[in-house]
Write a new protein. Structure first.
Ligand code: GDP
Ligand code: GDP
Length: 463
C-alpha cells in the first residue's frame, strides 16, 4: 500500500513542475487523468526507491481572476480530503503572500497532515524565503528546487516515516510483506518511444467485452479514416475480422470481435456465441483490451473473459468506456478500482484506463497502456539480477520448512517471455506452499515492475 500526497499552494509556486518531476513519464501510463476531475491531476510518483500517488491542484491559470480563489479553494479542499499528506508549496523567491496565508488556513482548518516546501530555492536564492516560511507554523520548511531537482533527498527523508507507516499497514493487511531490496542498477524508465519502432509486426490487439460495451465505436475511432479491412489471415478462424491500422504511430492489428458478435446475433445465439468469439480472439491477441461499460462494469461475462485472457497468458488492459456519461468521476474511479482488485486479483496491477470511445477522450492513454503492457509482456530479466533478488527475498522470508527440513531455493532464471516465465531450482518443489509462490510472484512483479502481466513461475527439483 502506498500513500497519496497532494501538492497544494497558490498558482505559480511550482506545483506542476514538482508534479512532473515526481511523476515523469509515468503519468501517461496510468489511467486517471480525466477520471479525477478536469482540474485535479493524479499520477504515480517515484522518489528514489519510494513510490506513491501524487495529486496536483495546478492547472487553474486559465480561469478568470474573480473565480480563481473560490475554485482554487474548493479544489484544494478536495485534494486535502483525498490525500494522506499535503505538501504545501510556497515560493522562496517572492516570499510569503496573503494568498499563501489563505491556503495555510485551509490546511489548518481541514486538519490536514502537512509538510511545507519552499520552492525555487536553488542556490542561495531561497534562503530568506526558507526562514520566513517558519512563520507559517507548519514545521520545518523543506528547501527544494522543483525545476533543478534540488532538495529531493530532503523531501524523501521527510516522507519516509509516512512511507514506513503505510508499509506497516500493508503488512498488517497481507500475510506476506513486500521486501525492500536494494537496487543494483537504476531502473529503466518506461518510454513508449523506445520500443515503438522495434515492433517488427503490428501489435495484435483484441477488444473484447459484453455486447454494447462500445467495441465497434472504439475500433472505429482508433482506425479512423485509415480503415483497412483485411480478410481472414492464415490461422485465424473464418469469422474473425481483423483491422490493420496505424494508431498514434504504432502499427496495430485489431481483432474485431464486435463484428463477430453481430454475425452471431444474426444466427440468434447472441450471448453464448459472443463469449466464445471473444475467447477465440484472445488466443490471437498479444494484448487483450477488456472493454467495460461504466454503467454495468465487471459483469460476469467480463470477468470470465478477463480471467481467460490471464489463463491464456495474454497481457491485459482494462478499459472503462462511456466515461463521458459519468458525473462522479472520482468516486466512480475509486469504486472501479476496488471492484477490480476484489474481482480480478489475478490481474493485479493491470492498467485500468477510462475512455470515451464516442469522444475519443482517453484513447491516447489507452494506447500508452497497451504499449506498456506489451513491453512488460515481452520483458527479459538478466539471470544475475534475478538471483540477487531471489537471495534477498529468501533472506527476508525464508521458504517454509515442511517436516523440519527447509526448502532451499538455489537458482532462478527466466525461460520465456510473452508472458514472462521463470524457473526456480529448489529442493522438494512438491512441498512448496502456494502462499510462498505467491510471495515470489508478487515480489517479481513489484521489484521488476511488471504489473498486470501474467507471470509464470515453475519450481523444479534438481537432478
Ligand atoms: P504552479 O502554478 O504552482 O503549478 O507552478 P508551475 O509549476 O507552473 O511553475 C510556475 C513557474 O515557476 C514556472 O515558470 C516554472 O518554470 C517556475 N519554477 C518552478 N519550479 C522552479 C524552481 O525550482 N526554481 C525556479 N527558479 N523556478 C521554478
Ligand atoms: P459493441 O456492441 O460493443 O460493439 O458496442 P457499440 O460500439 O455498438 O456501442 C453500443 C452503444 O454504446 C452505441 O449506442 C454507442 O453509440 C454507445 N457508445 C459507445 N461508446 C460510447 C461512449 O464512449 N460514450 C457513450 N455515451 N456511448 C457510447
Amino acid at each position: 500500500m502506498t500513500f497519496t500526497l497532494a501538492i497544494v499552494g497558490r498558482p505559480n509556486v511550482g506545483k506542476s513542475t514538482l508534479f512532473n518531476r515526481l511523476v515523469g513519464r509515468r503519468l501517461a501510463l496510468v489511467d486517471d487523468q480525466p477520471g479525477v476531475t478536469r482540474d485535479l491531476r493524479e499520477g504515480d510518483a517515484k522518489l528514489f526507491d519510494m513510490r506513491f500517488t501524487v495529486i496536483d491542484t495546478a492547472g487553474l491559470e486559465d480561469v478568470t481572476d474573480d473565480s480563481l480563489q473560490g475554485r482554487m479553494r474548493r479544489l484544494t479542499e478536495r485534494a486535502v480530503e483525498l490525500a494522506d499528506v499535503c505538501l504545501f508549496v510556497v515560493d522562496g523567491r517572492t516570499g510569503l503572500t496573503a494568498t499563501d496565508e489563505v491556503f495555510a488556513d485551509i490546511l489548518r482548518r481541514k486538519n490536514a497532515r502537512v509538510m511545507l516546501a519552499v520552492n525555487k530555492a536553488e542556490g542561495k536564492a531561497g534562503d530568506a524565503g526558507a526562514i520566513e516560511a517558519w512563520s507559517l507554523g507548519l514545521g520545518e520548511p523543506i528547501r527544494i528546487s522543483a525545476e533543478h531537482g534540488e532538495g529531493m533527498d530532503d523531501l524523501y527523508h521527510a516522507l519516509r516515516p509516512l512511507n514506513a507507516e503505510f508499509a506497516e499497514r500493508a503488512e498488517a493487511d497481507a500475510p506476506l510483506v513486500d521486501v525492500d531490496i536494494p537496487e543494483e542498477e537504476a531502473e529503466e524508465e518506461v518510454d513508449p518511444e523506445a520500443y515503438r519502432p522495434t515492433l517488427a509486426k503490428p501489435l495484435q490487439i483484441a477488444v473484447i467485452g459484453r455486447p454494447n460495451a462500445g467495441k465497434s465505436t472504439l475500433i472505429n475511432k482508433i482506425i479512423g479514416e485509415d480503415r483497412l479491412l483485411t480478410g481472414p489471415e492464415a490461422g485465424i478462424t473464418r469469422d474473425a475480422i481483423s483491422v490493420k491500422s496505424d494508431w498514434l504511430g504504432t502499427p496495430v492489428r485489431i481483432f474485431d470481435t464486435a463484428g463477430m458478435r453481430k454475425k452471431a446475433r444474426i444466427s440468434d445465439k447472441l450471448e453464448k456465441l459472443s463469449v466464445a468469439d471473444g475467447l477465440r480472439a484472445v488466443r490471437f491477441a498479444e494484448v487483450v483490451v477488456v472493454l467495460l461499460d461504466v454503467e454495468i462494469p465487471f459483469e460476469q461475462q467480463d470477468l470470465r473473459i478477463a480471467d481467460f485472457a490471464e489463463t491464456e497468458g495474454r497481457a491485459v488492459v482494462v478499459a472503462v468506456n462511456k466515461w463521458d456519461l459519468e458525473d462522479e468521476k472520482q468516486e466512480k474511479l475509486a469504486e472501479l478500482r476496488e471492484m477490480f482488485e476484489r474481482l480480478l486479483p489475478q490481474l493485479r496491477g493491470a492498467p485500468l484506463v477510462t475512455v470515451s470511445a464516442r469522444t475519443g477522450r482517453g484513447l491516447d492513454r489507452l494506447n500508452a497502456a497497451i504499449l506498456r503492457a506489451h513491453d512488460i509482456w515481452n520483458r527479459r530479466i538478466p539471470t544475475a539480477r534475478l538471483n540477487t533478488w531471489l537471495s534477498a527475498m529468501t533472506e527476508a522470508h525464508p521458504p517454509p520448512a515442511p517436516g523440519g527440513r527447509r526448502i532451499k531455493l538455489r537458482y532462478m532464471t527466466q525461460v520465456k517471455t510473452r508472458p514472462p516465465g521463470f524457473i526456480v531450482m529448489c529442493s522438494h518443489p512438491d512441498q512448496m506452499q502456494d502462499s510462498y509462490k505467491r510471495y515470489l510472484v508478487n515480489g517479481l512483479r513489484d521489484h521488476f515492475d511488471m504489473p498486470g502481466t501474467p507471470i509464470r513461475l515453475t519450481l523444479r527439483g534438481q537432478g
